[in-house]
Design a protein around this ligand. Structure first.
Ligand code: HEC
Length: 159
């Protein structure tokens, strides 16, 4: 009996491992530097979106969070903003990417738009350190920088 259980466990473990390796829902990404850069920048964007969501939620009271947490999120967004450009290496408009060719033809402007986000988030962190309640009214100064870059550089999503 003990042997049977062990065998069954072994079989289900093998099929579980096979399932993990094989059928993920995510579209496959090339095992190339360009594919890796694409995955990296998506992760950066998703982290930014999460953090800005937390900042918005704390500001409007829908998410609990104190001043220190708010300041930390804003500093994190500043760091993440400065991490955007390195994800856009040459020729990395891979399948599944929503990045427009203008990212690469206008790279200095694209980099400037990433800095706008970083600078706004940094300013929010500094303001929140001084006056937490007042800073809650400044969240849109960060949120607005997303669209400033997405409009020229990100393919519109069919939603
Ligand atoms: C400097 C330009 C720039 C800024 C600033 C920027 N984004 Fe993006 N974002 C992009 C580009 C380009 C893409 C598409 C990347 C791709 O698909 O290769 C993207 C994609 C995304 C995605 C989709 C990620 C995925 O899963 O594929 C989210 C979510 C996102 N951005 C959120 C934000 C938020 C929120 C902000 C502002 C707080 C922001 N972005 C600021 C350029 C920017």
């Amino acid at each position: 009996m003990k042997k049977l259980v062990t065998t069954l466990l072994g079989v289900s473990l093998v099929s579980l491992l096979a399932a993990c390796g094989g059928g993920t829902a995510e579209a496959p990404v090339d095992d190339t530097p360009e594919g890796a850069a694409f995955q990296y920048r998506r992760a950066v964007m998703q982290s930014i979106a999460y953090k800005v969501g937390q900042i918005r939620g704390i500001a409007d009271g829908s998410i609990p969070g104190d001043q220190a947490t708010f300041v930390k999120h804003a500093n994190d967004v500043a760091a993440l903003g400065s991490m955007i450009p390195e994800g856009f290496i040459p020729n990395s408009a891979v399948a599944g990417s929503a990045a427009l060719p203008e990212v690469w033809t206008n790279m200095p402007d694209f980099q400037a738009k990433a800095m706008e986000l970083a600078t706004a988030a940094q300013a929010l962190a500094v303001a929140a350190q001084g006056n937490f309640e007042g800073a809650k009214g400044m969240v849109q100064s960060v949120g607005g920088t997303c669209g400033n870059c997405h409009r020229p550089y990100r393919r519109r999503q069919e939603e």
